[in-house]
Design a protein around this ligand. Structure first.
Ligand code: TYD
Ligand code: MG
Length: 447
């Protein structure tokens, strides 16, 4: 068979006949590696030709799904696992992918389905020790340490499992491909062969893929197009809770998140993250403001903490955990210009208690008020929620999904909210409105 040498971007899979320093597709630097691939034979699957349907004839009956009784997990997948689908679980090393998948596998094995766990990374002993810790030693749970794809295919013919777990896709390789283990060609080829087998033999496949902080390392990014569902496990390793997020789902919404806590005996679901996050709040201190964030479709109440101190530095510090540094700089500039606060002489530290990361501008008002509260040493009302985007002119703008946010606040006994004067909100709640940041400050500090 003819061999073709290509240079392949290890980030996105872009191919070039010669080496280049910067990928024209994804923009990453120094990511091209020489790879030998076989001549491109067609890898089309034999499939029946389908007739087009009238849109009204599309079958809406729900697909039968395998439920795991881990509600946070089922929800992220759109209500359970779709049989014969291929699901990629991505995440940084050590985040808990193997733990989650072992727990899920055990539940499925206990339902009478046969599970085969292929470990290409850890030894059989390591996997057993983990399973003992998790109490997951079901009789239908089989395990094998193997990293050759060809051997796996032979094993599959003999074992015929209902669920196959590959941990991880970067550590198995196909002898047919000359490039190194973990390279884009290997990862892609192995995954597409597995996909083929899954569909043909009706096996559900979970594939674990490691991603680094920068999202580089050959693998998951290239696989996203191929598999049916992609879920990512996120969170800092030092942090207690983890977020499972669906980023692609052929059988459900991609707006869902599941929240877990890593405990002594595996991952536990957190049904109410708001309670978990604001449970140990001491908000009669200055520098604390409460906000309701939206993650996927879920409202989460968070405490934004600011600490403003005198600075001896020519360039005062702006340190922000959980909110983008650029956004903090913009808000500080607005506070200086529009409210006349001399913050250039202060260090500002900002933190989201619990370690959540906020990406919405809806938290601007709460961030600004937390800073002012710390600067002036004045406490904000404890039972009040602050929602609003702050513009460069100091104006306060409405936020999306205000009903959802304030319903969550009500459930947790918050009584009041401060919103933009342009915000439409009809429900019963004690609301104050402000047109500008200045009005907002007057409304909440002069009471
Ligand atoms: P692991 O699932 O091996 O992560 P990944 O497969 O994503 O690399 O587990 C990650 C960490 O979780 C590991 O440092 C040990 C810890 N852990 C617990 O705290 N409790 C447990 O019950 C288990 C099994 C692991
Ligand atoms: Mg692992």
């Amino acid at each position: 068979m003819k061999q073709i040498i290509d240079f392949v971007c290890q980030n996105c899979g872009y191919k070039s006949p010669k080496w280049i320093g910067k990928c024209p597709d994804c923009g990453s630097w120094n990511s091209f590696v020489e790879e030998v691939s076989r001549s491109h034979k067609s890898n089309k699957r034999d499939r029946d030709i389908l007739e087009p349907l009238k849109i009204s004839e599309v079958d809406l009956r729900d697909i039968r799904r395998i439920k795991t009784s881990i509600l946070e997990f089922d929800r992220v997948l759109g209500g359970g696992i779709v049989p014969a689908s291929m699901i990629l679980i991505g995440g940084e090393p050590g985040i808990g992918k193997s733990t989650l998948i072992t727990q899920v596998a055990n539940i499925i094995a206990n339902q009478g389905l046969k599970v085969l766990y292929l470990t290409a990374e850890e030894s059989l002993q390591q996997v057993r020790i983990r399973a003992e810790r998790l109490g997951t030693l079901s009789d239908n749970f089989y395990i094998i340490a193997e990293n050759s794809l060809e051997n796996l295919l032979r094993i599959l013919n003999k074992t015929n499992p209902d669920l196959l777990i590959i941990d991880s896709i970067q550590t198995i390789f196909s002898e047919d491909i000359p490039s190194a283990q973990g390279s884009v060609s290997q990862v892609r080829e192995c995954a597409s062969k597995l996909m083929d087998i899954a569909k043909r033999n009706n096996i559900t496949v979970f594939v674990v893929g490691h991603v680094t902080k920068e999202g580089i390392i050959a693998g998951p990014r290239v696989l996203e197009h191929l598999v049916d569902t992609v879920i990512y496990f996120e969170g800092d390793r030092g942090l207690n809770f983890r977020i499972l997020r669906s980023v692609k789902n052929r059988f459900g919404s991609t707006n869902e998140v599941g929240i877990f806590e890593m405990s002594e005996s595996g991952l536990k679901e957190i049904r109410n993250l708001s309670e978990y996050l604001i449970g140990d709040r001491v908000s009669d201190e200055p520098g604390s403001a409460t906000f309701v964030a939206i993650e996927g479709t879920r409202p989460i109440i968070v405490e934004i903490q600011a600490l403003v101190t005198n600075s001896n530095l020519a360039m005062p510090r702006r340190i922000s955990m959980g909110i983008e540094g650029q956004r903090l700089n913009i808000l500080v500039a607005v506070l200086e210009k529009k409210l006349g606060l001399p913050l250039y002489a202060n260090d500002i530290f900002l933190n989201i208690a619990g370690g959540l990361k906020l990406t919405e501008t809806a938290s601007d008002l709460a961030v600004c008020l937390a800073i002012i509260s710390s600067y002036k040493n004045l406490v904000l009302p404890k039972d009040m929620i602050f929602l609003g985007e702050v513009g460069l002119l100091g104006e306060l703008r409405p936020v999306s999904q205000v009903n959802l946010r304030l319903k969550e606040a009500k459930n947790l006994n918050f009584k009041k909210a401060l919103l933009s004067a342009n915000q439409k909100y009809n429900e019963d709640f004690d609301i104050m409105y402000a047109k500008t940041l200045e009005e907002a400050v007057e409304a909440c500090f002069l009471k």
